[in-house]
Ligand binder design. Sequence first.
Ligand SMILES: *Cc1c(COP(=O)(O)O)cnc(C)c1O
Length: 386
Amino acid sequence: MISYGKQSIDQSDIDCVIEVLKSDWLTQGPAVELFESHLKEYFGSNHACVVSNGTAALHLVGLALGWQKDDIIITTPITFLSTANSILFSGSQPDFADIDHCSYTIDPNLVEEKIKLHISRGKQVKAVIGMDYAGHPCDWKSLRILADKYGFKLINDNCHALGASYYGNFHYAVKYADVVTQSFHPVKNITTGEGGAILTNDFEIIEKVKSLRTHGINKNVKEYSKNEGPWYYEMVELGYNYRITDFQCALGINQLKKLNHFIEKRREIAFKYDESFLDNDNLTIPKSDNDIKHAYHIYPLKIDFSEIKVSKRTFFNKLLSLGIRLQVHYIPVHLQPYYQTNYNFKPGDFPVAEDFYAKEVSIPMFYNLTNDQLSFVIDSIKTNIK
Ligand SMILES: *Cc1c(COP(=O)(O)O)cnc(C)c1O
């Protein structure tokens, strides 16, 4: 079965993990800080905090930014549940702005419309979470201008775009957003099994997330209210156990070294797909302009199912029977029963996202995809849209 995404693990990854397993530290040891320092360098950020997964990273960001009940946070409907759920974790009010029909990322003009609407109701938007869908950066220049104009915090849920660049800048994520989150789930561009990270130039945010990662325990002896002895520690706020292990971090360090190489392969696959599907009127390939370097976490192909008179379900099952497991990214979050029931969203609220959902399929995109598999996928798609 050829899946839409898969990790790539080689002997050097295995050796790095074994080395840590034989050491004194399985968790809370030196590999954690080392992974953080490599991530800081890669992202050009002053600070980094690695955590147990990308959802935990988003949760801690909301807590560190002090989101409260009734705060309004805007994100894109075309994202994984975690992005929007991180708003609910804080009891805040989720809202969405529709996507741009070319880049499939949140449309800054519609973000501004939403902000004005909330202002007209006497409410303020506290934060906007952009998501670099499929590995295509959002329009960060426009989002930054809006953040400064209306005074909200800007978050980049960058889980798809590790390895992307924006106007030639590989450090764009931390440059434009106040906080950036990552996930290292096996389908992502690099993996630690489960894992995530928070990157920022803001010292207060990083102090806060590092404390909340480990139960809200203050590690700074100088700040203790008293000191009863060498065993003493103080909990000063309510935190969690969102730590990641040292052997996962060792894997992350080794994977990060291979990231650029991984991305080159993903781009080769994407160009092959582009070339194969470009001149078919019923297919739309993902946009990749010269001003960005697309990281191709996924390859979202739009198929005009109403034109080809084959349903998405039939197409999906046909490819499954051929041994190709496609995926769909994503069911628009506002259409989830939980969001419709509890937050009054309804079909039709975000028409560009809904049209995108009707057409999008994510086709196989991973480092170890062979040329034979690639040709087979292309042929299978072409034969089944006729
Ligand atoms: C994968 C992903 C997450 C969640 O990451 P986990 O590590 O699986 O918790 C959040 N947002 C986006 C956009 C993702 O793709």
